[in-house]
Design a protein around this ligand. Structure first.
Ligand code: FE2
Length: 289
């Protein structure tokens, strides 16, 4: 298979959102006719279907329950232009039509890590599909992963906020979400101007750094079909460990938790926190067993 991601910027990985190109426009797995067959055949807990009338402040994780769709999945895919539907599919690589694409992206991500001086060991690499009616909205959220979002059909406006901007998401909320302690941080309309809006089209890709806040609005012109690859890197695994230690320290210190300090990439103290957390976790394991 030809290169999927063209124009990767090693200096921007998990530091800055940017657009690049992909080389798989027209891939047969992403055509609506194929998706209409593949998606209903996937395990039910991999498919999230809501009615698409969401706002930036809705909860992404419960949207399929809070905004129930007006039609069955098969009908929604068939009539995407006429109905309001938002369909998110986790790990379509469970189906053979996506397996080669997934393997190729993992290989390219490992090469990308090598180019930034990290160990070439991505982990938890998954694909996600997003199929939505015109004007559908993905609410504001952050992710525990690094993301490349590939557009195949229709246009999207994706607003991305700088990662680690505590005005957008407080340090405590980032720690809570990344360590799975609570749900995603809330949307705050007053921070809207801190984001950068990318309008992107078929053939383009957007990099969304680890823990960068973002929200999405599909264009009004056409149904949108996009696919993301999400993954964890040695650096983001280390940052996740440091965030876990911070969360634990805040709980222990209570009113004195202001002295815990922020976790940030390239901070020596954050690397030490990560090592401390991994040592603590390693020491705790035999006791649990
Ligand atoms: Fe996301």
């Amino acid at each position: 298979m030809a290169t999927v991601l063209e124009g990767l910027r090693p200096d921007f990985l998990d530091r800055k959102a940017y657009t690049l190109r992909h080389g798989v426009l027209g891939h047969p797995a992403l055509e609506l006719a194929s998706l209409a067959k593949v998606i209903p055949a996937l395990p039910k807990d991999s498919v999230f279907h809501s009615n698409g009338k969401l706002s930036f402040s809705d909860n992404l994780d419960s949207a399929h329950l809070d905004h129930r769709p007006g039609q069955a999945l098969e009908e929604a895919i068939e009539r995407l232009r006429e109905v309001d539907a938002y369909i998110m599919v986790r790990s379509p690589e469970q189906h053979e039509s996506f397996r080669e694409l997934h393997a190729q992206l993992v290989s390219e991500m490992n090469e990308h890590l090598r180019s930034v001086g990290q160990q070439p060991t991505v982990s938890d690499a998954k694909l996600y599909l997003f199929i939505a009616s015109p004007n559908a909205v993905t609410p504001f959220h952050i992710d525990r992963y690094s993301t490349f979002l590939l557009q195949f059909r229709g246009t999207k406006q994706v607003t991305v906020f700088p990662p680690w901007d505590s005005q957008v998401v407080s340090d405590e909320d980032t720690e809570r979400y990344v360590t799975c302690d609570t749900g995603r941080p809330a949307w705050k309309p007053e921070i809207a101007s801190r984001g950068t809006c990318f309008t992107f089209s078929p053939g383009e890709v957007l990099h969304i750094p680890f823990v960068s806040g973002h929200h999405v609005k599909n264009g009004s012109d056409d149904v949108s079909v996009s696919m993301s690859v999400i993954f964890r890197t040695p650096e983001t695994r280390s940052l996740t460990s440091a965030l876990n230690l911070n969360r634990r320290l805040r709980r222990v210190l209570g009113p004195l938790s202001g002295s815990v300090g922020s976790v940030r990439p390239d901070h020596g103290l954050s690397a030490l926190k990560a090592k401390a957390w991994e040592t603590l976790r390693g020491a705790a394991r035999p006791l649990k067993g």
